[in-house]
Design a protein around this ligand. Structure first.
Ligand SMILES: Cc1cc2nc3c(=O)[nH]c(=O)nc-3n(C[C@H](O)[C@H](O)[C@H](O)COP(=O)(O)OP(=O)(O)OC[C@H]3O[C@@H](n4cnc5c(N)ncnc54)[C@H](O)[C@@H]3O)c2cc1C
Length: 394
C-alpha cells in the first residue's frame, strides 16, 4: 500500500483537523473521555452538537455508496476518524455510524437501508447494541432471549446486559433466538427496534468509576414489526459475523493515544522532579519512546485494515489482531503514564491532578477494551483458527 496522500486528500485532511480543532476548544468542562457522553447531560449535548456539525459536512456517511448520500471514500473516513480520535471528540455514534451502517450495506435489504441509513447520516437517531446476556458473552450463540414470530411481528422476551449507552439510545440492534428448537448458530434473528417500544426497561449498571455508561435491558413482550429484520429469519448469526468485523477495526483509539503521548511528552518537558525535568530521566524517556513506537505500528496496522476494507477484503484475523494489539497497547500506555506521574496520576478533581485527570480516567477505562467487543482471549482464538490454521479447540 502507498501511504502518500494525494493533494486533494491532503486538503480534506486539513479540513478534518481544522474543524475538529475548533470543536475541541468547545468541550464542556465535564468531558474527560469519550464515554462521558453517556454519563453527563452536558457531554451528551456536546456529542449531539458535534454530530450535527459532522453530518452537515457529510462526514457521517464517508465511504457510503453515492445512492445513499455517501461522500468521499473509506480512506477519507479513516483520516476523518484519525482527526476525531486525535482530538478525542465525540459526535460519531459508534453503534449507528461505526457498526450498523456498514452492516446494513453488507446484509440489509434495500427497504431497510432506505429506512434507517438517513437517520444515521444526519445524526437524528442514536443506536445501542443489544447482544450480550448474563449467560452469553463470548459464546454469544448460546443466548436465551427470544424473538418468536407471530404473523407480521416478532415478540421479544429476555434480558440483555452491558449495553453501552442504552439509556440514551433511540433505537437498538440486537440478536435473539427465533427458533427455540433450532440448531445453534441457525436459530437466531437480527432485529432493529425502537427503544421507546412498550415492554422495554433500561436499568443502569454503574461502573467502578461511578459513571453511568452501561445498562441492563429487559424485554417483556416487546412487539417488533417483521419488516425490521436484517438478513434472514434464523440467519442472524451471519449478520453478527459481518458486524463483528466492523466492531474491531478501530483507528480512533490509536489516534487518541498519539495525542495523549504528545501531551505526556510536553508535560515531561515542563515538569521537574528532584531538580530535573522528567524528560531528562532516561527510564522515563525510554518508556515513552517504547510505547510511541508501538503506537506507530498500530497506526500502520489500522491503515492496512482500512486498505483491505476499501477492497472488501478485510479478514477476521486482521480485525482481531488490531483489536488485541490496540486495546493492550492502550493499557500499556496508561501504565507508562501512571509510572511517570506517580500518585498525582491517580487524582481527578484537585489542584494536584496532573493533566486534568485524564490518566485517572484512562487507567480505569482502558482495560474495558480488552473485554468489550469480544474478549482478547477470543480474538486470539480467531487469530489461531482463521489466521494461522491451528486446530479449533472443542
Ligand atoms: C465496558 C463494556 C462494554 C460493553 N458494551 C456492550 C454493548 O454495548 N452491547 C453488548 O451487547 N455487550 C457489551 N459488552 C459485553 C461484552 O461483549 C462481553 O462482556 C464480552 O463479550 C465477554 O463476555 P462475558 O462478559 O459474558 O464473559 P465470558 O464470555 O463469560 O468470559 C469470561 C472469561 O472467560 C474467557 N473465555 C470465554 N470463552 C473462552 C474461550 N473459548 N477460550 C478462551 N477464553 C475464553 C473470556 O476471555 C473471559 O476472560 C460490553 C462489555 C464491557 C466490559
Amino acid at each position: 500500500m502507498d501511504f502518500r496522500l494525494s493533494v486533494e486528500r491532503l486538503s480534506r485532511k486539513k479540513e478534518f483537523y481544522s474543524v475538529c480543532k475548533e470543536l475541541d476548544a468547545q468541550k464542556p468542562a465535564s468531558y474527560v473521555g469519550g464515554e462521558d457522553i453517556y454519563n453527563d447531560d452536558d457531554c451528551w449535548d456536546f456529542h449531539k452538537y458535534c454530530a450535527k456539525e459532522f453530518a452537515k459536512r457529510g462526514w457521517l456517511s464517508l465511504g457510503w455508496p453515492a445512492e445513499h448520500g455517501g461522500t468521499g471514500d473509506i480512506m477519507d473516513r479513516v483520516i476523518f476518524t484519525e482527526a476525531k480520535g486525535y482530538y478525542d471528540l465525540p459526535g460519531v455514534d459508534v453503534f449507528g455510524v461505526g457498526m450498523l451502517a456498514p452492516t446494513l450495506f453488507a446484509a440489509g435489504s434495500e427497504e431497510i437501508k432506505r429506512r434507517f441509513l438517513p437517520g444515521i447520516a444526519n445524526a437524528e437517531v442514536s443506536w445501542c447494541e443489544l447482544w450480550s446476556e448474563p449467560n452469553a458473552g463470548s459464546d454469544l450463540a448460546s443466548l436465551s432471549s427470544t424473538s418468536i414470530r407471530k404473523g407480521d411481528e416478532f415478540i421479544l422476551n429476555g434480558q440483555k446486559t452491558w449495553n453501552t449507552g442504552a439509556h440514551r439510545a433511540d433505537w437498538a440492534f440486537g440478536v435473539y433466538k427465533s427458533d427455540p428448537v433450532g440448531k445453534k448458530h441457525h436459530n437466531l434473528t437480527f432485529l432493529l427496534f425502537d427503544m421507546k417500544s412498550q415492554g422495554v426497561t433500561v436499568r443502569p449498571l454503574q461502573y467502578m468509576n461511578g459513571k453511568h455508561v452501561y445498562n441492563e435491558v429487559y424485554l417483556d413482550d416487546v412487539r417488533v414489526p417483521a419488516g425490521n429484520i436484517v438478513g434472514l429469519e434464523n440467519g442472524g448469526w451471519d449478520v453478527v459475523n459481518v458486524l463483528a468485523g466492523f466492531e474491531r477495526s478501530n483507528i480512533e483509539l490509536v489516534m487518541g493515544l498519539v495525542k495523549k503521548i504528545e501531551e505526556l511528552t510536553s508535560f515531561c518537558n515542563k515538569t521537574k522532579r528532584n531538580g530535573k525535568y522528567l524528560s531528562q530521566d532516561p527510564v522515563i524517556r525510554h518508556r515513552i519512546a517504547g510505547v510511541a513506537c508501538e503506537i506507530e505500528a498500530a497506526r500502520m496496522l489500522a491503515y492496512r485494515i482500512a486498505d483491505q476494507q476499501s477492497r472488501s477484503e478485510m479478514g477476521l484475523m486482521d480485525a482481531a489482531a488490531m483489536k488485541v494489539f490496540g486495546s493492550e497497547l492502550a493499557e500499556r500506555v496508561a501504565d507508562v503514564a501512571m509510572e511517570v506521574l506517580g500518585p498525582y496520576g491517580q487524582v481527578k478533581h484537585s489542584r494536584f491532578a496532573s493533566m486534568n485527570g485524564v490518566w485517572e480516567y484512562a487507567y480505569q477505562a482502558n482495560f474495558l477494551s480488552v473485554i468489550a467487543l469480544g474478549t482478547n482471549e477470543i480474538q486470539r482464538n480467531i487469530i489461531a483458527w482463521y489466521g494461522l490454521g491451528l486446530p479449533r479447540m472443542k
